[in-house]
Structure formats: structure tokens, C-alpha cells
Design a protein around this ligand. Structure first.
Ligand code: ADP
Ligand code: MG
Ligand code: ZN
Length: 636
């Protein structure tokens, strides 16, 4: 019998017993409906010879009339049909006339003992609530134990059997499943070699790192790489997420670390993988939200376990984090996680490889060119690309298509980048405003040689935006020249400029544009030293808190005067860009109108179509410089 079966049985029994109990306690001894009458009424009925049967039970009497009796309402409902049964209570003073009267009227008499619940029932009534309370308590505990993983319970043995908690497996994933990341794989190959043949390393006297820390943004394949190392080395892989260490009870975290290391040592050579290390590995004593003793104990235990390896214990500790900056420095000391491996966002070649890996089992149509997709998805990480392939396959499936075609990828990309299409009913005027707004972005992006090429413009509402101008860089880029940034701000403001030029006023549609323009300008001044007055200084004006959505108060380290200058410089940049946008829009009215009209007509314009419209409007476009950003530029 497996555990589950018994658990279900127990639940069943508890439920059945519970309802029986309820029944026992609550349910009245159900007979036919009886009416309560007074003793004198009873006597009256007796005199009328209308009592057929009578049962004595303690102080109570119940019985049956010969004919149904309609009880006069004492404010209650009148029963038309009357009652055949009644109950009443004997008066405390003995009534010597009663028995003779009963006999005279030929009443059938029965006497019962006052009802005593059987000893069993009373025992049950007494015990059951306790049983229930204990049962519930037991289940809650059980639940906790399960959340900690089987065996890691409160009551005893959690340090003994805790090992089951860790996902021990021989990983089916190998380096073949990891695309790109060639340097990372190269670096980890050494560890694979060691795990495969530890003796060899020992003979040569080579020293292999004990701890490897994988560092990189979310979704870049850290977890994947760790599993691939285990798969390549063909050794057991003990994986746990650091947050699991400190989940429930005080003191468990540290003992879990101990367990984990002991178990891994027993099955050496093996790999321990602690995912999301920052959950326990944050610097001690500086915990935001109060110090966390539990976490610190766990961390201390982890540190001492990592120090405590004997040379012959062939266990590699791998770990992953996307916040290396918050890790306790003690973790990075030699002998611990002294080897750090960085996983960056993939460049387009790596993206193509990742797409190849994830489309292995997807039937692709002829027209699908993974390279084109890879180039059009700057800034996406492995997890995003996997998601993209998935979305495309879903879209194809929804259309009952046999194969996933390029159009599915294109739509999936828009979905992932911009959100799902929305069925919004816009008035004609709203549509016109949106069309001119987007045409403004597109026109200026086309006119500026520095800007990223325009991939497409659309006035189909998506996500939070009513329309979108999508610029995609040709190549991934790691530097942004000032001219590029200025152009970007100008293009951001162009939607607004076009609205103003056409309708004479601004609308709220440019909120996101303004935000982007101001933020970029602020960064140019405060972080990148791109303004004359402020010069090559950096200022922390407060970062937006990722969860609160507002800036955290920071201690200001610069003067009021500098604040004023910074504000001036930011304003200068944004105002300058605005003037430039206004000037360009005014100088190309005809082209703007043509673009907007085409947008209203066709809703979506791709790059070549835009070129055609602009050329027809008599504009000679600057030769496109392949400049690229790491992030796709999207103007709402
Ligand atoms: P991280 O742990 O860095 O947040 P994961 O390893 O969990 O990221 O990656 C999430 C998913 O993204 C993986 O399961 C994998 O399918 C995909 N992925 C990420 N990077 C790659 C890559 N380089 N090659 C193939 N797939 C990848
Ligand atoms: Mg991960
Ligand atoms: Zn806009």
C-alpha cells in the first residue's frame, strides 16, 4: 500500500466520522411531527377521549391523538390538518388522577427509561472534538512537511531523511542542449573532466575549483548549464533552490545544508547545485527588511561546509545567481565560489543557435529563416526565445496549420514584445491621431541616419499602446554614441510633434515617449557624462525600485547647485530634441501626411513599404547605417 492510499483513507474516515458525529449531536429523534401542548390541554383531550396512546419518558410524555387536533394559534401558524402526535411535560406535583383517567379512557400506556446515551455514544461525543482537533493539527503538520519535501518534517528525522528532498538525478541534459555560450562550456569542460576521472587529476596534482558560481541575467541558461554539466559528467546531481533552505522552521536551513553536503559526499563524485544563491547568500548583517538570523545561520553553515571538504571528496558545488552584487564577500573567497562564470545575453549568432535547439521538434515551414528571427530579436535571452518558439507553435496550432511559418514567428514576436492585440473600438479621430503620431515616429526614424532601421509601424492596439513603431537594430550593440542617443530622444518626441503639427494640440498618447526621453536624457547627463556643464561626473539620482515602481530615497551626495545644473542640462537635451523633431516634421509635411494616410488605410506598414511611400513623396532617404542597440527600440 502506498502512502497516498493511506492518506486518502484517513481523510475519508475523518470525514465520515465527522458527519456521523454531527448527525448524532444535532439530529433530533425524528418521528412524525408532534405538537407541544400544555398539560391541561392534554387532560382536556383525555377527557374528550381523544388520546390513543401515551409514552412516559422521564418527566416527558408523548403520545398520539385518536383524531388530528388543530391547535389554536398562539401567534403561530395555523396547521389546517392538525397534529396527530403531541408531547407535553408532566407537572412537578404528582397528579394522582392521571393513571385512573388513562385507564378509564382506554389509553395504551408505555413507559420508557429516561433516554441515556449508550456509554459508547457519550464517549464518542466527548472524545470526537479532540480527535478532530488533533487530526486537523496533524494534517497541517503533514502539509508543512510535504512543502519541505518528503521526510523533512518537524517531528524527528528531518535531518536524517532530508536527502530525498534534493532532486537527485542523472541529468538527461547535455551540452548539446545548450546553445551559444561557447566560452562558458569551455570553462566548465574542465570540471566535467575532473568529475569523470577524478583520479587522473589527483595524480597530476591539479587543483580543481570546488565552487563554481554562474552569474547572469535571468533566463540566460544558468540552471540549464548546471544540469548540462551534470549530464555530461554523468554524476548524481543534487539540486536545490536556496529559498528552500530557509522556508519553514528556524534551524532547519542549516541542518539541511549539512544533510545536502553529507548526502552528496556519500554519492561522490557528484554535483551540488544551489540555485538562486542570493536568497541565502546576501551579505550578512545588512538584510533589507530586518536581519534574518535563519538565513545567516544557513549561510554560515554553507560556508563551513564548503571549507570542510576533504581532498578525496569529489563534490563540486555549483551555484547560480543574477545578483552577484549582493552576495556576501565570504562566499567568493578562495576555496569557496572562487570560479565565476558569466553568462551574458546571447548575441544574434547565439540566438540563432538557441532557436535551432528549440525548433528541433517543431515542424518548420519552408519560409522560416531562423537567422532573420535571431537578428530581429535583440535583447531576448534564451528563455524568451524558447517562449517565442512556443508562442509561434501555439499560433500555428490555433490556425490548424501543419507547419509553423514565418508569419507565426512574426506575430509571436509582437505578442511577446508588445503584448497581445487588443480589440479596441477607436473613434475615427482617435485613429487619426494615432496614425499621425506613429507616422511621426517612423518619419523621423527614417530621416535620421543614426537611428535604428524601422522594422514596422502599426496602429493596431497592442498591450498598453494604441500604435507602435518598431525599430530593430541590425546588429547587437554594446556602445551608444551620443548622436545615437540624441536621435533616439528626437524620434521619441516625434509622435508628439506630429500630433501638434497636425491637430494643433497634444494628446495623452505620448506619455511613454516622454518618459523614455526624460530618462535617457537624465542618464546622458548623470551617468554617461554627456553634457558640457556637468561634465564627466556621475550622480546617483535614485534608481526606480523594481517592485514599488517609485524611486527610493537615497542620500544625496551632491549640492543643490549641482541639482539645479543637472536639471538644466536634462532640460536642454530634451528641449533641443523637441525643436529638432518639430523642425523635421514641419519640413516634411507631405511625407508625414502620406505615411499617416497609408497607415489609416493599411494599419501596418513594414520597412520596404515605408521606404516606397517616402520615396514617392519625394524624399531621398539617407543610406542606412547599421547601428544597433542591445534593446529593441519600441515607440508607443
Ligand atoms: P536561468 O537559470 O539563467 O534563469 P534557465 O536556465 O532556467 O535560466 O533558462 C530557462 C530556459 O531557457 C531553459 O530551460 C532553456 O530552455 C532556455 N535557454 C536559456 N538559455 C539557453 C541556451 N543558451 N540554449 C538553449 N536554451 C536556453
Ligand atoms: Mg534559473
Ligand atoms: Zn509614441
Amino acid at each position: 500500500m502506498n502512502k497516498n492510499f493511506w492518506r486518502q483513507m484517513v481523510v475519508l474516515v475523518v470525514i465520515v466520522v465527522f458527519f456521523n458525529y454531527l448527525y448524532l449531536v444535532m439530529a433530533p429523534k425524528q418521528q412524525e411531527p408532534a405538537t407541544s401542548i400544555s398539560y391541561s390541554r392534554f387532560k382536556a383531550e383525555l377527557e374528550r377521549d381523544n388520546i390513543e396512546q401515551l409514552v412516559f419518558q422521564g418527566q416527558g410524555m408523548s403520545g398520539r391523538f385518536r383524531e388530528a387536533v388543530v391547535i389554536e394559534p398562539s401567534g403561530a401558524v395555523v396547521e389546517e390538518t392538525g397534529y396527530l402526535n403531541f408531547e407535553t411535560v408532566l407537572p412537578p406535583v404528582p397528579d394522582p388522577e392521571l393513571l385512573p383517567a388513562l385507564e378509564r379512557h382506554d389509553v395504551e400506556i408505555e413507559a420508557r427509561q429516561e433516554e441515556q446515551p449508550s456509554p459508547w455514544t457519550s464517549a464518542l461525543i466527548y472524545i470526537l472534538p479532540w480527535l478532530l482537533i488533533i487530526g486537523v493539527w496533524w494534517f497541517i503538520l503533514k502539509g508543512m512537511r510535504n512543502r519541505q519535501g518528503p521526510g523533512g518534517g518537524l517531528m524527528g528525522g528531518f535531518s536524517k531523511s532530508g536527502a530525498k528532498l534534493y532532486l537527485q538525478q542523472r541529468s538527461p541534459i547535455t551540452f548539446k542542449d545548450v546553445a551559444g555560450l561557447d566560452e562558458v562550456k569551455q570553462e566548465l569542460l574542465e570540471i566535467v573532466e575532473y568529475l569523470r576521472n577524478p583520479k587522473k587529476f589527483a595524480r597530476i596534482g591539479g587543483k580543481v575549483p570546488r565552487g563554481v558560481l554562474l552569474v547572469g541575467p535571468p533566463g540566460t541558461g544558468k540552471t540549464l548549464v548546471a544540469r548540462a554539466v551534470a549530464g555530461e559528467a554523468e554524476v548524481p546531481f543534487f539540486s536545490i533552490s536556496a529559498s528552500q533552505f530557509i522556508e519553514m522552521f528556524v534551524g532547519v536551513g542549516a541542518s539541511r545544508v549539512r544533510d545536502l553536503f553529507n548526502t552528496a559526499k556519500k554519492s561522490a563524485p557528484s554535483i551540488i547545485f544551489i540555485d538562486e544563491l542570493d536568497a541565502v547568500g546576501r551579505s550578512r548583517g545588512t538584510g533589507l527588511g530586518g536581519g534574518n538570523d535563519e538565513r545567516e545561520q544557513t549561510l554560515n553553515q554553507l560556508l563551513s561546509e564548503m571549507d570542510g571538504f576533504e581532498p578525496h571528496e569529489e563534490v563540486i558545488v555549483m551555484s547560480a545567481t543574477n545578483r552577484p552584487d549582493v552576495l556576501d564577500t565570504a562566499l567568493l573567497r578562495p576555496g569557496r565560489f572562487d570560479r565565476q562564470v558569466f553568462l551574458g545575453r546571447p548575441d544574434w549568432r547565439a540566438r540563432e543557435e538557441i532557436l535551432q535547439v528549440h525548433t528541433r521538434r517543431v515542424p518548420l515551414a519552408e519560409d522560416v529563416d531562423l537567422r532573420v528571427i535571431a537578428r530581429a530579436t535583440p535583447g531576448m535571452c534564451g528563455a524568451d526565445l524558447e517562449n517565442l518558439v512556443n508562442e509561434a507553435a501555439l499560433l500555428a496550432a490555433r490556425e490548424d496549420a501543419e507547419q509553423v511559418a514565418m508569419i507565426h514567428f512574426e506575430n509571436a514576436k509582437d505578442r511577446v514584445l508588445l503584448g497581445a492585440e487588443r480589440k479596441l473600438v477607436l473613434t475615427d479621430q482617435e485613429k487619426r491621431i494615432t496614425a499621425f503620431h506613429e507616422a511621426g515616429h517612423a518619419l523621423l526614424a527614417k530621416l535620421s541616419p543614426d537611428a535604428d532601421p524601422v522594422h514596422k509601424v502599426s496602429i493596431i492596439p497592442r498591450g498598453r499602446a494604441l500604435g507602435v513603431t518598431q525599430q530593430l537594430p541590425e546588429n547587437d550593440r554594446y556602445h551608444y554614441p551620443r548622436s545615437y542617443l540624441m536621435t533616439r530622444i528626437t524620434v521619441s518626441l516625434a509622435g508628439r510633434a506630429a500630433e501638434k503639427a497636425t491637430f494643433g494640440e497634444y494628446s495623452t498618447g505620448a506619455e511613454q515617449d516622454l518618459k523614455e526621453a526624460s530618462e535617457l536624457a537624465e542618464k546622458m547627463v548623470c551617468q554617461w557624462g554627456m553634457s558640457d556643464k556637468v561634465g564627466p561626473l556621475t550622480f546617483d539620482r535614485g534608481e526606480e525600485h523594481p517592485f514599488l515602481g517609485r524611486k527610493l530615497a537615497i542620500s544625496k551626495t551632491f549640492s543643490e547647485q549641482m541639482t539645479w545644473i543637472i536639471d538644466q542640462e536634462i532640460e536642454k537635451i530634451v528641449k533641443g530634441a523637441e525643436e529638432q523633431a518639430d523642425r523635421l516634421v514641419a519640413g516634411h509635411r507631405k511625407a508625414l501626411d502620406r505615411l499617416a494616410e497609408a497607415l489609416l488605410e493599411e494599419e501596418v506598414l513594414d520597412g520596404p513599404r515605408i521606404d516606397a511611400i517616402l520615396t514617392a513623396a519625394g524624399i531621398s532617404l539617407p543610406a542606412e547605417k547599421p547601428i544597433a542597440g542591445d534593446q529593441p527600440a519600441v515607440e508607443g
